[in-house]
Design a protein around this ligand. Structure first.
Ligand code: FES
Ligand SMILES: [Fe+2]
Length: 426
């Protein structure tokens, strides 16, 4: 449970709000690389932390991220011409480069001093791991760009995607951190007791604080004294990493989408207070990368395959059509009756309403990781208000981390089993 004022504090992301100012101290995803297939190509509208922006890949191949409106008379830059290292407003022809400088002002007399004075708001970008990142805070506080292991993995071992979510970023991320729900809403095999998460539906949670946030381990009891332990990382302010190498007591076979050893993660990026883009990444940890066709199969299993999507990375199964819930399927085969693991999450998270009222909830022991995350975020917003640096902005503290999951033998402690497995190898 959170007091109403703390709920406001961690959910609102506009400039000048505590959480908004905290977010502006980290590099965050602004778009996917795939949205800018060519230099001088079509510009892309970006809304981020409640700010309307425009992104374009310039002639140098670098993505610029500028105010969506022209500083002259506020015309939309979206209709602009992306040409010769800049975006030109089509209303009166003023042109701006990716640094925000005005490089041409053809509607004014030649040599006008106005040209040097007028800037368009521009944020720096850094492109890596299939994502265009940006930093929206004060320049003198800008940390080095992120450097997670999954970004350093060979290209054949990784993919990224994103999905639009119609709710506040925090309830979306809480769904990601929540490990207990997977035994319920994601139970695709209600009759199959080989599924690890059918064996013990009330996992024990341990949370260990770190410089980047924390890691936590969920432990589920299996038969013959064995346990299933899964170690996740929460990386401030908005990323979670998990390992998905085991799903069944006996491997589920070739068509089991979990059969490829891999780690996954999400970054929950606030579009504004009531909308979120979830960036999804997966990274095959074996030598061979992903087998042919695997990525498509996985994305479809998650409910975000090509056939599942509308323009704008939105889901066809959405709140307006009750996620096309199939009550027959729910009676006979899956716990939720909703197709797609990702879609199941959205049904619950979006269905809470745009910003969930956390003063009306009751947390249990399985919510320990969620409570820890909220505490850290509240602390970090207060640190920034007091003029201190927030934790975890230095990539050095996150570079070496990797999530892991294993079935452990009777008496085996996860701390021993995971000591080296939780270190990054790339
Ligand atoms: S409004 Fe953009 S050039 Fe005039
Ligand atoms: Fe989920």
């Amino acid at each position: 449970m959170l007091k109403q004022e703390d709920n406001e504090r961690v959910t609102r992301v506009g400039r000048g709000t505590p959480m908004g100012e905290l977010f502006r101290r980290y590099w965050i995803p602004a778009a996917l690389t795939e949205q800018f297939p060519e230099v001088d190509g079509e510009p892309v509208r970006v809304r981020l932390l409640g700010e309307d922006l425009l992104a374009f890949r310039d002639t140098d191949g670098v993505v610029g991220l500028v105010d969506a409106y022209c500083p002259h008379r506020r015309a939309p830059m979206f209709f602009g011409r992306n040409e010769e290292c800049g975006i030109r407003c089509v209303y009166h022809g003023w042109k701006f480069d990716r640094r925000g400088d005005c490089t041409d002002m053809p509607s004014e007399p030649a040599g006008t001093p106005l040209q040097a004075r007028v800037k368009i708001l521009a944020y720096p970008t850094h492109e890596t791991g299939g994502i265009v990142w940006t930093y929206m805070g004060a320049r003198e506080k800008m940390p080095a760009p992120p450097d997670f292991e999954w970004m350093r993995a060979p290209k054949a071992n990784r993919f990224v995607s994103k999905t639009w979510e119609d709710c506040n970023w925090l309830q979306a991320m809480e769904g990601g951190l929540d490990t207990a729900h997977s035994s319920f809403v994601h139970n695709e095999f209600i009759g199959n007791n080989a599924s690890l998460r059918n064996q013990d539906r009330s996992p024990r949670l341990e949370v260990e604080r770190t410089d980047y946030g924390y890691y936590y381990v969920s432990t589920r009891a299996l038969t013959e004294g064995r346990t299933y332990a899964r170690l996740y990382h929460y990386v401030l302010p908005n990323q979670q990493m998990r390992s998905g190498t085991v799903k069944f007591l006996d491997n589920g076979g070739d068509d089991d989408p979990h059969a490829v050893p891999k780690i996954d993660g999400h970054l929950w990026v606030p579009v504004d207070d009531e909308h979120t883009y979830v960036y999804n990444w997966s990274c095959a940890v074996g030598e061979d990368g992903f087998p042919p066709g695997y990525v498509e199969r996985w994305e479809s299993f998650m409910g975000r395959g090509k056939d599942d999507m509308l323009p704008g990375y939105k889901l066809k199964r959405n709140l307006a059509n009750d996620y096309m819930i199939d009550r027959d399927l729910q009676r006979t085969s899956t716990f939720s009756g909703i197709k797609g693991l990702n879609t199941q999450d959205y049904a619950l998270q979006e269905g809470m309403g745009p910003i969930v009222d956390r003063s009306r909830e009751f947390l249990g022991t399985s919510d320990r990781a969620i409570a820890a995350m909220r505490r850290q975020l509240l602390e970090a917003t207060r640190a920034v208000e007091n003029g201190e640096d927030p934790p975890g902005t230095d990539p050095a503290v996150q570079r070496g981390i990797r999530p892991v999951d294993r079935v452990l033998d009777a008496g085996q402690a996860w701390k021993d089993a995971f000591a080296t497995a939780m270190q990054a190898r790339w």
